[in-house]
Design a protein around this ligand. Structure first.
Ligand SMILES: Nc1ccn([C@@H]2O[C@H](COP(=O)(O)OP(=O)(O)OP(=O)(O)O)[C@@H](O)[C@H]2O)c(=O)n1
Ligand SMILES: C[C@](O)(CO)[C@H](O)COP(=O)(O)O
Length: 229
């Protein structure tokens, strides 16, 4: 299971956070959010290489973070694209050719634990594509453009999807290449494989593995990390 390569897309604009700069540099318990995310993979014995993807203007700051946090597994910091999927594709390209199994994990998900990550690796072992997700807690309804409720979805078969997502390199590269050629866009990497008709396995995730998206998420992340101390 060793020799896993990690791609961390961190090139978003953080519009919903409204910080005025990349939310991944916001401080969370005295460290930038991105530093928490990278630290986990730096500490995993199954990970041999990490690529961080940043916006063009953030590359030097990310390289400084890598240096001062002593992240020895970071093999490259590369420039992302307009869409998350462009950023992931750039990150995959930057991994060494020896890496045949790739994990994609949002830079904005700093609360994944080593234990949950290793459980995910174990449970996804036999699949060429697997993703983390959690059951939906709320009732989910479809609405029309005016907000009128159309129907209620049976939530037993719904999952809120997270990262990490793990893939055999060959299939992930093919999915990104085909999606780029066809102009297909998906909000996560697994959706590109689904679009190609490739099976994707759902693995139980952790509710605490939130994506820090809005200011309330940052408060929640702080509270969770305080409790873990
Ligand atoms: N072009 C993009 C867009 C997103 N991401 C990354 O993908 C992850 C998930 O995206 P999200 O949380 O939506 O981040 P933003 O796109 O920055 O947020 P927003 O949509 O509010 O601008 C984040 O780590 C983000 O930095 C990226 O690398 N490249
Ligand atoms: C990849 C992801 O985090 C899975 O939930 C999510 O799809 C990213 O979406 P966003 O619109 O870029 O936040």
């Amino acid at each position: 299971m060793a020799n896993i390569g990690i791609v961390i897309p961190a090139a978003g604009q953080g519009k919903r956070m409204g910080a005025g700069y990349n939310k991944q540099f916001l401080m969370l318990m005295e460290k930038p959010i991105l530093a928490h995310t990278v630290r986990l993979f730096e500490e995993s014995d199954f990970v041999s290489e990490i690529v961080i993807v940043g916006a063009e203007g953030d590359i030097s700051v990310i390289k400084e973070l890598v240096y001062y946090q002593e992240f020895h597994k970071v093999a490259a910091v590369c420039i992302g694209g307009v869409l998350r999927q462009d950023s992931v594709r750039a990150g995959v390209r930057a991994l060494s050719p020896t890496i045949q199994r790739i994990v994609v994990h949002d830079g904005a998900r700093p609360l994944l634990t080593l234990q949950a990550f290793h459980k995910f690796l174990e449970e996804s072992r036999e699949y060429s594509a697997a993703i983390m997700g959690v059951p939906i807690k709320d009732t989910v309804k479809r609405v029309d453009i005016a907000g009128k409720v159309l129907d209620t979805l049976p939530r037993d078969y719904l999952r809120a999807v997270q990262t990490p997502q793990i893939f055999d390199r060959e299939i992930l590269e093919e999915a990104h290449q085909q999606a780029a050629s066809a102009g297909y866009y998906g909000t996560d990497d697994a959706s590109l494989l689904e679009w190609m008709g490739h099976p994707v396995q759902m693995v139980e995730g952790m509710q605490e593995n939130i994506k820090v998206t809005t200011p309330e998420d940052l408060l929640l992340a702080e509270r969770i990390l305080t409790q873990r101390r």
